[in-house]
Design a protein around this ligand. Structure first.
Ligand SMILES: NC(=O)CC[C@H](N)C(=O)O
Length: 402
C-alpha cells in the first residue's frame, strides 16, 4: 500500500489528546482523553463492579468524586434510556483502562463516551487502573485532578492541592430535588412514606412503590412540620454524597421523626444520619467500599448477603452490645465481613418493637445483587405493626405511637 496517500490522515492524529491524572500526593499517571476534553477535580475512589457503570455514573452519591473503574473494559453495553439512577451523570470524572470502541447491546442508544462528552464529564482512558487502585488501597482515597488541557504535572498538582476535600463536605443540598414529588404506589396503596432526598436513586422509590407504598419525595431541607403535614406511615432517608458529620439539618429532622414515633428506614447516608441521630459518631474509611459483591452478615439471623456498596464513611457503634439512646435501644444489625464495618442499625422501643432500621449498603440493587430486597418488605412490616394514625399537626406528637 502506498504511504504517499496524502488524503489519508495520520492515525496518530485520530487519537484523543493526551491526558494527565495527578493525585494529591504527587503520583502521576498518563492516558488519553475520554469523554469531554478539559480539566476536573474530586476525590479519587475506585469502584469494583464488573457491570452497572451507567447506574454508578448517575448515582448522586458520587457527586464530587472521580471514579476509577477496576473492571478493565468499560463501555461495552453503551448507554441506554432505562438505567439512569437520576437525571444526570454526577461523577466529577471517570478513569478507565480500556474503553470499548464499539458498544453492543439491544438497549444501547449511544456510546458511553458520547454521553460523557454530551454531559461535559471529563474522563481519562488508557490509565494503568490496577496500579492506581493499589495506590489508593495503600494510601487511601485522596484528591485527584484529571486534565487533557494541562501538560505540566506540577501545575496540575498545585490545583489538586487547592481543591476541596471530602472530609467536612456538606453536599446533600447540592443534589437534592428542588421541589417535592410523588411516586404512586403500584396497585393498592397500603402506606404513605415521606422519602427525604439526600441524593436519592430512582430505583429506591420504585422498590417501595412495588410494595404498595405511595412515596412523597421531599428536599433535604424539609422541616419536621412539612414532613408531618404529609401524615406519613413511615419516613425514609436516602443515600447521598458528602460527610455525614457535616450534615446536621437531616440529623435534627430525624430526631424529631423518631421522637414522634414514626417508623424509619434509611439507606447508606440514611444509615449514617440514623447513627448520628442515635448518638453515634461517624468516621472516614481509608478507601471505602464501592462494588457489587460485598459480603454482609445479618447478625440476627447469621445469614450472609452479597450486597452492593458505595460508601466512604461509616458509623462508629459497638458490635457486641446494645446502646441505650433517647429513642430506645440501638443495636448493630449488620456487619461487613471483609472488615467488620457497621453495615446496619436497628432501634427498638421499650416494648421491644422496631421503630427504625437502616443499612449502609444498597438493597435497591441498582446495580447489584438482589439479596437484600427483603429490607423493603421489612419496612412494610414495621409500618404495619406501628400504625401512625394520629393527627399530624406539624408538632412532635410525643410517644403516642411508640
Ligand atoms: N451512597 C451513600 O449514601 C454514601 C454516603 C456517604 N456520602 C459516604 O460516602 O459514605
Amino acid at each position: 500500500m502506498s504511504t504517499a496517500d496524502s488524503t489519508r490522515p495520520d492515525p496518530s492524529d485520530l487519537r484523543p489528546p493526551a491526558a494527565l491524572l495527578v493525585l494529591e500526593d504527587g503520583r502521576t499517571f498518563t492516558g488519553r482523553a475520554y469523554g469531554a476534553v478539559g480539566e476536573t477535580f474530586g476525590e479519587a475512589v475506585f469502584a469494583t463492579g464488573m457491570s452497572g457503570y451507567q447506574e454508578t455514573l448517575t448515582d448522586p452519591s458520587y457527586h464530587r468524586q472521580v471514579v476509577v473503574a477496576t473492571a478493565p473494559h468499560i463501555g461495552n453495553t453503551g448507554w441506554n434510556d432505562e438505567d439512569d439512577e437520576s437525571g444526570q451523570i454526577w461523577v466529577a470524572g471517570y478513569v478507565v483502562r480500556d474503553a470499548a470502541r464499539v458498544p453492543s447491546s439491544w438497549r444501547s442508544r449511544r456510546s458511553l463516551e458520547a454521553e460523557l462528552a454530551a454531559q461535559g464529564i471529563v474522563g481519562v482512558q488508557d490509565v494503568d487502573t490496577r496500579a492506581l487502585t493499589r495506590h489508593l488501597r495503600e494510601r487511601g482515597a485522596m484528591r485527584v485532578g484529571l486534565s487533557s488541557v494541562e501538560t505540566d504535572p506540577a501545575a496540575l498538582l498545585q490545583r489538586v492541592q487547592a481543591a476541596p476535600a471530602m472530609t467536612g463536605a456538606h453536599l446533600a443540598d447540592e443534589v437534592t430535588t428542588r421541589a417535592g414529588y410523588v411516586v404512586a404506589a403500584e396497585g393498592e396503596t397500603r402506606h404513605r412514606v415521606v422519602a427525604v432526598d439526600l441524593g436519592i436513586k430512582t430505583m429506591t422509590p420504585r422498590q417501595m412503590a412495588q410494595r404498595g407504598i405511595e412515596v412523597h419525595v421531599v428536599p433535604a431541607t424539609a422541616t419536621f412540620a412539612e414532613v408531618a403535614a404529609l401524615r406519613p406511615d413511615g419516613v425514609f432517608f436516602s443515600n447521598g454524597p458528602g460527610d455525614p458529620a457535616a450534615t446536621d439539618g437531616p440529623v435534627d429532622l430525624l430526631k424529631a421523626v423518631l421522637g414522634a414515633g414514626i417508623p424509619y428506614f434509611g439507606i447508606c447516608f440514611g444509615n449514617q444520619i440514623f447513627g448520628r441521630a442515635l448518638g453515634f459518631g461517624t468516621y472516614k474509611l481509608d478507601y471505602g467500599h464501592r462494588g457489587l459483591n460485598q459480603p454482609v452478615m445479618d447478625l440476627r439471623t447469621r445469614r450472609v448477603e452479597v450486597t452492593s456498596h458505595n460508601h466512604g464513611f461509616a458509623v462508629d457503634a459497638p458490635l457486641d452490645r446494645p446502646t441505650t439512646t433517647p429513642f430506645g435501644t440501638a443495636t448493630v444489625s449488620h456487619v461487613g465481613l471483609n472488615d467488620q464495618v457497621v453495615e446496619g442499625l436497628e432501634l427498638r422501643d421499650d416494648e421491644g418493637r422496631v421503630l427504625g432500621f437502616s443499612v449502609q449498603y444498597h438493597p435497591e440493587a441498582a446495580a447489584g445483587p438482589h439479596d437484600a430486597n427483603y429490607l423493603f418488605d421489612r419496612f412494610v412490616e414495621v409500618m404495619a405493626r406501628r400504625p401512625c394514625d394520629g393527627p399530624r399537626t406539624g408538632q412532635a406528637q410525643g410517644t403516642e405511637n411508640a
